[in-house]
Design a protein around this ligand. Structure first.
Ligand SMILES: Cc1cc2nc3c(=O)[nH]c(=O)nc-3n(C[C@H](O)[C@H](O)[C@H](O)COP(=O)(O)OP(=O)(O)OC[C@H]3O[C@@H](n4cnc5c(N)ncnc54)[C@H](O)[C@@H]3O)c2cc1C
Length: 295
């Protein structure tokens, strides 16, 4: 843990500043608890040009609605941090949320990170899922000792996954699929060409072919595109999901892990603002009730 860990300053950490995360923050703060809300400013709302079907807003762009929500959370007293979460750990009842700018810890965590990350649209990923394709370096690095793996991605999440693998596996490479890496990595360990497909060998991942005709033999491929989403968090923490990767909760956002909650698009059900807001309210009631019971 880094020195700027702020354990117990916050009753709850919420990852996500969309309708679910903000709604949860409003109810929990107004229920007398300290909330840290971490968001990276990239929500499904930013893809919504015009919202017409949510109560009271008239016609509003998704981006504008997002900004109003973040400001509202701040005004009621939530501590709002704009940072990308790169990893989440759970140890002895404490959740540590690692971001690019520092770590935060609390005994209760709400995941409100939106719809699970779509699988990268690269030939071979779907076919080889579970046969050398992984979404969690910390979970699976051990299986690749003395083996060669590639991490697909170029941002902070890919950096976390690359370094988590580097000291455990035989050899780790970064495959940026046409992007420039956002972090320092040895030149002979980076492939920046666009990926054509992931190839198969004996029914498992065998390597990667690039659009420029070159290729690299690999035993495993870790997908770390974009930011750490609910799918990776679920795998890392052992949260139960349905077949499509949506987190299963009870009516109050509780997952199968004590102290860990989820709300909004990352959970089972309709992916709409109204449902996310209701989820946020329900998870807040769940958290407040659980805190009371513990005391
Ligand atoms: C094109 C489009 C149009 C839509 N139109 C409508 C509509 O008209 N009406 C309607 O009701 N719904 C609409 N929706 C759906 C609506 O946008 C979602 O249901 C809603 O935004 C879900 O809220 P949420 O809080 O669960 O997740 P999101 O709004 O997606 O918010 C996710 C939050 O998690 C944060 N986050 C995720 N990962 C990380 C990380 N690693 N580190 C830090 N922060 C992170 C993000 O910064 C963001 O704050 C639309 C969706 C799309 C894609």
């Amino acid at each position: 843990m880094q020195e700027n860990n702020k354990l117990d300053n916050y009753d709850v950490i919420i990852i996500g500043g969309g309708p679910a995360g903000v709604s949860a923050a409003l109810y929990i703060v107004r229920g007398g608890r300290n909330v840290l809300l971490v968001h990276n400013g990239v929500s499904a709302l930013h893809k919504a040009e015009l919202i017409q079907n949510y109560y009271g807003t008239g016609e509003i762009s998704g981006a504008a609605l997002y900004d109003v929500g973040i400001e509202q959370a701040r005004r009621v007293g939530a501590c709002v941090v704009n940072a990308q979460v790169t990893f989440v750990e759970f140890d002895h009842g404490v959740f540590t949320v690692k971001t690019e700018t520092g770590d935060y810890a609390a005994r209760r965590l709400i995941i409100a990170t939106g719809s699970p990350r779509k699988k990268a649209d690269i030939e071979g990923i779907a076919e080889l899922d579970g046969k050398g394709i992984s979404y969690c370096a910390v979970c699976d690095a051990f299986f690749y000792r003395k083996k060669r793996v590639g991490v697909i991605g170029a941002g902070a999440f890919a950096e976390h996954e690359y370094y988590a693998l580097k000291n455990v596996v035989g050899d780790a490479f970064l495959l940026t699929d046409g992007d420039s890496p956002s972090f320092e990595v040895d030149k002979d360990r980076v492939y920046t060409a666009k990926i054509a497909r992931i190839t198969e060998r004996d029914g498992r991942v065998g390597g990667v072919e690039f659009e420029d005709g070159t290729s690299i033999p690999l035993d495993g491929v870790f997908i770390a595109l974009g930011s750490m989403g609910s799918a990776s968090m679920a795998k890392t923490l052992g949260i139960l999901t349905d077949k499509s990767g949506d987190i299963k909760t009870d009516g109050y956002g509780r997952t199968n892990i004590g102290g860990l909650y989820a709300a909004g698009d990352c959970t089972v059900g309709i992916k709409q603002i109204g449902k996310a807001v209701v989820d946020g309210m329900n998870v807040a009631f769940g958290v407040i009730a659980d805190i009371k019971e513990d005391k």
